[in-house]
Design a binder for this molecule. Structure first.
Ligand code: T1G
Length: 643
């Protein structure tokens, strides 16, 4: 495989880059492109150049694996400048995604054409850096300041049609991309050449624009979007050269930051998780027809997610009324997508046509996979699987969505236990990406592989978990909450603890989150364990629930709430209820509170690793980032607490 090949189509030189898997811009790619720009300028028969990529995508950006190494010449900004300065105009022919440095190279080209399915973007902030090869300096010149601010600070790519509207590309082409790009290049030679992007004018913006943009880009603790915004603003107020120097300095500074290291850690962990080495070469069982037992919030979410992935669904409930409610819960998911403009009415109808309700388990006789999402009580679950064991094919994969119960206890007595597995979805199941996959000792490898294949099909983040109370995520959550309560007993204010965790980057602190979700869920788990004879010490949460304080739904939990208002107010009643348990009055700076609680999560993570419940620290970080709102730019508790 040759990295860069050149063929001639008359007076047009077609440069093809082939650097699998995503045409990342390595040192060799930078050098090859730089040399080619020189060589093609010297070729008198070449009048224009088309840059196209082999494989699944246009250049997907700088090679993230090189980030940890010292930068080597030619640096990407110099490559972009050299392409822009070429005597022969270059045309970027985009398919797949032109991202980061890939789109910066495209902006160095005189023109950009793309197929309709292509996307262009500058996702650098999602890696904790800012564009480092003119993304904050050329983009505002190409598409205007507002489009540049949105593209760079959000990190979200734009589809080709929207990119065309924004002025980021010059044409959306149909048919064969290379052919269309050559024709575009040939036609461009007959017309007036536009200015190179770096030479295009820039309009400065008023201060209130920047204030509003700063407010929109701010996320507690995430530095890169604000630094990117500063770089764009600087570019609108100074020369191209000065702006490029400023951008490079900012990029190099951030590239060495903890935030960038954390985001790279998550980036590579996310790509490793769906492909566990232990499952290499093990074929999953095909899943086309999925049974879901239970049409409540979880069951409907699971049914919606599987349907969205193109599977046929049979939703089982205990009676006709419950079936109707369940189907309505699924329909509401697709109604929401229509309201948000993500789905047409026709698409909604097509989705629902693939969801059938029934009260008769016999309808599951041909199901490939059945996922149970009924009430979290062992007797109820065991009854469901006894029925499934009778009616389903012996090779049908049977899964429990239990959060806390022992899957082995649920599957006891089930025929063909090798086809049983835990699939712990997170609510709302059609939105939350995390899927904890919990095999029992009997689960067959291809059934485990089926769990991972299902996660891929549903675009979820799979993490394999061993069996313990709460698996990985809920076990760490329990430790996090317990440690937060210890701080309360030491006299640290509840509101200070929540503020500390918001300042660290969580959307909500542990107490606000409980008030939103309800304190009684965990209370019932503790009471259930106590009823089974386990010693479960009384928690502060128990005291509140027993006093009728279950959270927002009862007008108060850890905080008070005014009628119809969600603003959390410190509660004198809570102070009174907990007074006997608060033994100190402790002032702790918020960063110390956050560090203390993150360390507690990491300590529980270390025990989880030690016990083999999780296979690697990065899996624990993925659980926290994708299931519990841990800020990804902190990398997760294991990364944040590394030595
Ligand atoms: N560098 C190195 N490897 C990369 C990579 C990259 N930029 N992008 C993907 N890979 C690997 C990935 O680890 C996986 O490897 C394989 O490719 C397939 O990835 C100067 C500094 C392009 C949309 O942030 O968004 O340019 O696990 O599973 O689902 O301003 O990859 O197979 O061994 O994700 O088809 C900016 C990141 C960099 C793009 C394709 N660019 N990549 O998705 O495949 S910073 C990005 C993606 C930058 C400049 C700055 C996606 C994709 P393995 P995949 P996919």
């Amino acid at each position: 495989m040759t990295l860069l090949t050149v063929r001639r189509d008359g007076e047009i030189a077609v440069v093809t880059l082939d650097n699998p898997p995503v045409n990342a811009i390595s040192e060799a790619v930078r050098k090859g492109l730089y040399d080619l720009a020189e060589r093609l300028d010297e070729d008198p028969e070449v009048r224009a150049v088309v840059l196209v990529c082999a494989g699944r995508t246009f250049l997907a950006g700088a090679d993230v694996r090189e980030f940890g190494q010292p930068p080597v010449e030619p640096h990407l900004p110099d490559v972009v400048d050299r392409i822009e300065a070429a005597e022969k105009p270059w045309v970027a022919a985009i398919h797949g995604a032109a991202l980061g440095g890939g789109f910066e190279i495209a902006m160095g080209c005189r023109f950009r054409v793309a197929v309709e399915s292509a996307r262009v973007g500058l996702p650098e902030v999602t890696l904790g850096v800012i564009p480092g090869a003119s993304g904050t300096v050329r983009t505002p010149r190409l598409a205007g300041v507002e489009a540049a601010v949105e593209l760079v600070t959000s990190g979200k790519p734009l589809a080709a049609a929207k990119a065309l509207d924004a002025g980021l590309i010059d044409a959306v082409v149909s048919g064969d991309l290379e052919t269309a790009a050559v024709e575009f290049a040939r036609a461009s030679l007959a017309a007036e050449m536009p200015l190179p992007v770096s030479k295009r004018p820039l309009q400065p913006m008023p201060d209130d624009f920047w204030q509003a943009a700063r407010k929109a880009a701010a996320r507690a603790g995430h530095k890169a979007p604000l630094r990117a915004l500063d770089s764009i603003r600087f570019a609108t107020e100074t020369s191209f050269a000065a702006a490029m120097a400023h951008e490079r300095e900012t990029f190099l500074d951030l590239r060495a930051s903890d935030e960038a290291a954390a985001l790279r850690h998550v980036f590579f962990a996310e790509r490793a998780a769906p492909k566990p080495a232990a499952l290499k070469g093990i074929d999953p069982r095909p899943v086309k027809l999925v049974g879901v037992i239970g049409g409540g919030t979880m069951g409907a979410g699971i049914a919606g997610a599987c349907r969205e992935a193109g599977m046929e669904i049979i939703l089982i409930e205990r009676d006709a009324e419950a079936v109707a409610r369940g189907l309505d819960n699924v329909a509401k998911i697709f109604d929401g997508a229509v309201k948000r403009g993500k789905l047409t009415e026709k698409g909604r109808a097509e989705r629902m046509a693939g969801v059938r309700g029934s009260t008769d388990y016999a309808d599951l006789a041909q199901a490939d996979l059945v996922i149970e999402a009924v009430f979290e009580e062992i007797g109820v679950k065991r009854a469901v699987f006894a029925e499934l064991g009778r009616v389903c094919r012996p090779d049908a994969v049977l899964a429990t969505n239990t959060s806390y119960l022992d899957p082995r206890a649920i599957a006891e007595g089930l025929p063909n236990p090798e086809r049983f597995i835990g699939l712990h979805f997170f609510s709302p199941a059609h939105i939350m990406k995390l899927l904890e996959i919990v095999p029992t000792p009997e689960t067959a490898p291809e059934v485990l592989a089926t769990g991972f294949a299902l996660a891929r099909a549903l675009n979820k983040m799979p993490v394999q978990a061993g069996i313990c109370e709460g698996f990985i995520g809920n076990r760490i959550l329990k430790r996090y909450r317990a440690e937060a309560e210890v701080l309360v007993t030491q006299g640290v204010a509840i509101s200070e603890i929540d503020a500390a965790m918001r300042g660290y980057g969580f959307r909500m602190g542990p107490f606000e989150a409980q008030d939103l979700g309800g304190l009684d869920i965990a209370f019932l788990q503790r009471e259930g364990a106590r009823a089974e004879g386990q010693h479960v010490p009384e928690t502060l949460g128990d005291i509140l629930v027993r006093a009728g304080r279950k959270g927002q739904k009862t007008g108060g939990g850890w905080y008070d709430y005014a009628e119809g208002d969600r603003a959390a107010l410190p509660s004198p009643q809570v102070a009174e209820l907990l007074a006997a348990r608060i033994v100190d009055a402790r002032e702790l700076p918020r960063p110390e509170i956050a560090a203390h609680l993150v360390a507690a999560m990491a300590a529980e993570g270390a025990a989880i690793l030690e016990e083999g419940i999780a296979q690697r620290p990065e899996d624990i970080d993925l659980v926290e980032v994708h299931g519990y709102g841990f800020p990804r730019w902190k990398g997760g508790p294991m990364f944040a607490s590394r030595g």
